[in-house]
Design a protein. Structure first.
Length: 97
């Protein structure tokens, strides 16, 4: 995106080869070096944690329940997120406790 590319395989290869400095120079030259991105693929494998459903509901009428209900809905449509049936083992530890 910041370099005008539709795919990032070659950029990834350049990073693997230790050419981050050259990529940085290209970003500066294009005026896009200050852009910020959230790259979920590098952060959380949701199929190993939260895709299969939601934690148990807190007591109704509480702020915790309101937050729980909000977090299980699409922020635009308000529809419930659809749980995935991928079968990936979940590793949530005590996160839902």
């Amino acid at each position: 995106d910041a370099l005008g590319k539709a795919q990032f395989g070659k950029i990834s290869q350049r990073l693997d080869q230790g050419h981050a400095d050259l990529l940085q120079q290209e970003l500066v030259a294009k005026g896009t070096a200050g852009r910020r991105y959230w790259i979920c693929a590098f952060c959380v494998n949701q199929h190993a944690s939260i895709c299969g459903g939601f934690p148990p509901a807190p007591q109704e009428g509480t702020l915790a329940h309101q937050r729980w209900d909000t977090n299980r809905r699409d922020t635009v449509t308000g529809e419930l997120h659809i749980a995935c049936d991928c079968g990936e083992p979940k590793r949530v530890g005590s996160a839902w406790s």
